[in-house]
Design a protein around this ligand. Structure first.
Ligand code: NDP
Length: 326
């Protein structure tokens, strides 16, 4: 049988982890067996042991092994895929610079550990927030890993946008193609319907309602996380885990013909985006690599929003540069 894919998950005892591990173990990435390597901070290891007991109790046929620990260099040893979910949440009274330095400490250390011990073919997906800048920090601290191997998650935003557009147009999510999220995984993100398709037709032509796009669609997608916290009393975890699986699966196995996905990846300057930031683009994937979809016409409305979100990322980059994290 095939050698198992070694998959690291950080923050494995957290809310997202509690959904993600079971999806991964039950085959969300494909038929190849997986080995899970679970990283947590020391105080969370006991809870993580409980989660591993539950993984054992599922008797997943495709789960070849599970290892847990609090030492990144041990857990990341030989991993082919690293899903960086654990991050320091913003606490009461915490300034943005406190948040960036707390996460900076985590993502510099994890970048260095991956650089040292990960498999040559490693791919790294960052879910923990601020995801784009955490990915930039890890990438910069892993100079021997090609920059193209790092990505931050905007797939949840992408999926939310698909779901909203399907509901608005009375269609199935399967009819929606070529959705794009541009920019930062934050309130400034720009979900773009101008290139999306509904049943093969241009989505904006189908909707034909600029007010809906501006006042309903964009804010609903961008503020969906807060709406879920409001309703559920806890942040979205299952949908974040699901999107993390979708993103990893498509990265490894390729996007379907005639469609694309959104991934935050290092910018090469495409679409006038500042080079070197980790920002979301429409991408296609093939053979484990991604390429930014080229040649889309960007209207004035989109231009302003893409630029604003990227300006926020440039500011975050300046802040972590000043903190000496990159
Ligand atoms: P969650 O599992 O709910 O979330 C983890 C991270 O994912 C947070 O940064 C969160 O950001 C982010 N995230 C991204 N998208 C979403 C989304 N749509 N909805 C919710 N969260 C999203 O957090 P928990 O606090 O339950 O668990 C975190 C775990 O990480 C803890 O067990 C902690 O011990 C661990 N940890 C591990 C580290 C390590 O392995 N070295 C380092 C730091 C923490 P946001 O905060 O903005 O919601």
């Amino acid at each position: 049988s095939a050698t198992p894919l070694k998959v690291a998950v950080t923050g494995a005892a957290g809310q997202i982890g509690y959904s993600l591990l079971f999806r991964l173990a039950s085959g969300a990435l494909g038929d190849r067996p997986i080995e899970l390597r679970l990283l947590e901070i020391t105080p969370a290891l006991k809870a993580l042991e409980g989660v591993v007991m539950e993984l054992d109790d599922c008797a997943f046929p495709g789960l070849a092994a599970v290892e847990i620990g609090d030492d990144a260099e041990k857990i990341f040893d030989g991993v082919n895929l690293a899903l960086l979910v654990g991050a320091r949440p913003r606490g009461p009274g915490m300034e943005r610079s406190d948040l960036l330095s707390a996460n900076g400490a985590i993502f510099t250390a994890q970048g260095k550990a991956l650089n040292k011990v990960a498999a040559d073919d490693v791919r790294i997906g960052v879910t923990g927030n601020p995801a784009n800048t955490n990915a930039l920090i890890a990438m910069t601290n892993a100079p021997d890993i090609p920059q193209q191997r790092f990505s931050a998650l905007t797939r949840l935003d992408h999926n939310r946008a698909i779901s909203q557009l399907a509901a608005k147009t009375g269609s199935s999510v399967n009819d929606i193609k070529k959705m794009t999220i541009w920019g930062n995984h934050s309130a400034t993100q720009y979900p773009d319907v101008f290139h999306a398709e509904v049943g093969g037709k241009n989505a904006f032509d189908v909707v034909n309602d600029q007010a809906w796009v501006e006042n309903d669609f964009i804010p609903t997608v961008a503020k969906r996380g807060a709406a879920i916290i409001d309703a559920r009393g806890a942040s979205s975890a299952a949908s974040a885990a699901s999107a993390t699986c979708n993103a990893a699966r498509d990265w490894l196995n390729g996007t379907p013909e005639g469609d694309w996905v959104s991934m935050a990846v290092v910018s090469d300057g495409s679409y006038g985006t500042p080079e070197g930031i980790v920002t979301s683009f429409p991408v296609t994937t093939k053979d484990g690599g991604w390429s930014i979809v080229q040649g889309l016409e960007i209207n004035e409305f989109s231009r302003a929003r893409i630029d604003a979100s990227n300006a926020e990322l440039v500011e975050e980059r300046a802040a972590v540069t000043e903190l000496g994290l990159i």
